[in-house]
Each structure stands twice: as C-alpha cells, then as structure tokens.
Design a protein around this ligand. Sequence first.
Ligand code: GLY
Length: 365
Amino acid sequence: MKKTRVKLGNRSYEIRICRDRIGLLGKAIKQLEIGSDAVIITNPSIKKFFGARVKRSLLSAGFNVRFETVPDSEKAKSEKHCIRLLNNISRSDGLGRRVFIVALGGGVIGDLAGFVASIYKRGVPYVQVPTTLLAQVDSSIGGKVAIDLNIGKNLAGSFYQPRLVYSDISFLKKLPEKALVSGLAEVIKYGIIKSPALFSFIRSDLKKILRRCPGTLERVVYKCGSIKARVVEKDELDNKDTRIILNFGHTVGHAIETAAGYGKAYDHGQAIALGMLAASFISMKLSLLAKADYLKIKALIKDSGLPTVLKGVSVKDIMLAQGHDKKFICGKNRFVLPVRIGKTVIKEDIPESLIRESIKSLLWT
Ligand code: GLY
C-alpha cells in the first residue's frame, strides 16, 4: 500500500493506493468517524463487478449500507439524477443517523456523488473510491465536483474535498481497454507538466502499463496522485494560477470533445491527447519547446494507443467550440505550454491563426 496526503488544513485527506484490498475499505472508512450510514453511488456495471465486495466490507465495519445507481454515462451528471439522489437519500435518512457518501466509479460518478455530498444538508462527508485509471490519477483528487447543465458541462459545482481517496488497482482489471488508454492520456499529462522521471517511466514501462501489471500501475497512480496533491495544496480554489497547469491539453481538447459530440468520435482521454499535441505544437512554433521534445511527446501518445491524427471533426467546428470554452477568459485565451518535458508556462493571447495552425497540424499523419 502506498499513501500520500493532500494537506489542506482541516480539509486534509489521504490518498491510499493499494492492490486487492477492497475488503479493507470499510475499516479505512471506520477510522475516519464520518458517520453510520453509507450511501454508495455507483452505476449498474460497477455494482455488478464490485458492489457485493464493497458492501460486505462496509457491513463488516458496522455501517448500514445502501446503493444508489445512476446511468453509465455523462448523462448521470444531470440535474435530474442529482435531485433524484438527494430525494432518495433524504427519504432513508432517519433521526440519529449520520449519512456519508461513497463515490464508487469513474470521473462521472465522482463528480456527481461529490456534488450531491456537497449540497445534501449543506454538506455530508464523502469518500472517493475510483475504479478507472482516469479517476485514480486525476478526477478523484482535488475536490472540484459538479454536474452539467443543459448549456454546458460542469456549470453547477463546488469545491468540496473528499475525506479519503481509496484507489485499489484491482478495480482496473475490469476496465475496458479503451478506458485504460484514455486514462493514460492524463498520466502522460502529469509527466509533461511536472515530471521528466514519470515521462521516462511511462516510455520504458509502457508495455507493463498496457498489460495492467499491478506493481507498475500502482507506481503510476501513486506518482500522479502525489503530483496532483502537491498542485491542489498550492491552489485549492483554482485562483492562484497553479492549478491551471492541470489544464494542459484541455483547451483544444475540450473544444474537440464539444465539436465531436461528447464521447462520439473521441472520449475524454483521446481528445486531451490531441489537445496536448496541439498545445505542444504551439509551443514549438513559439520557439519555447524543442522539436525533439515535441516529437517525444507525439511518439509517446502514439505508442500508448492514443490518437495523434484528427478525424471526423472539422477545424472550423473546433475553433467555434473553443470560443465557448471557459478557458478562453473574457474573450482572451490562455494556454498551458510545455517548455520542456516536466515544465510548462502559461501564455495568454495566442493568435487565432496559430491556434488554427496547431489544429490543422493534427490532420497530418
Ligand atoms: N475533481 C477533480 C479536481 O478537483 O481536479
């Protein structure tokens, strides 16, 4: 078991990375003294794979346990499901009970369950139990929780830290190949923004990662979690220009996701991979990043099984989608640009023509 702590005063919490320790989840939560009644928010397929083991673990630690399931898609992050969950939780929440929430799933479940926890009775404790690589390395950590509104993603949300992040690598055994590779995009991101050592490790141990070698995955999840923890500690509320580095690849990436229709042509990780390439291209064109580093980034993305070539979405639609992205502050844009592997700078007002050129560069093979 590996551990790191997100140090945020009285909102501090531990990230635990373990292997085949689902049975000890209940005991870990018990130590937190956060309540008596666990509401596990999950989706039907995760419930089928892991629900019984998680339930048993919580029951044996003395908790009352109930499940709330939501659909297995971004649709779950909606007002409809949020309100339904709040009503269901309140119906079973009796006198003398202390409810807490367990987010058992990927990024969608974590965001939704965390948001529900943040507003139910003005806040009840919650624990993140991420079951995807993306959630283990990124979305379960940091306390940004949200649901989508009709007009856009993550528009209703809060900063609300979990009380524990419990990442068991064995959850990743059931992860579809595409989702594993998608999570790898965020792992590569951490290497590029903060850690040449992680970047080299992904390059050297890529086969083991893709074969889901537990020890290798444990190392990767620990390293990324530690990087994210340090970034969040410096800028919990995302207002100090520190946390923004986590958006590397997300400006063009989100625009690709929007233009392509969420989850249709590209999933999140695939879109972010293309976004990281576009940002690296801009950096190279501004003479901030050496061509050799750009090519290393491109090669690792490709070797990981992520796309390096844009298909089925027009440059025009991506440019249009970009104009609506919140990362284009007040009509200006801000890009996180790598200057070498492990270091980035923030640049504002990148000329539209260069952004267009970077997206066009994704059409080359
Ligand atoms: N929940 C993801 C983050 O806070 O960054």
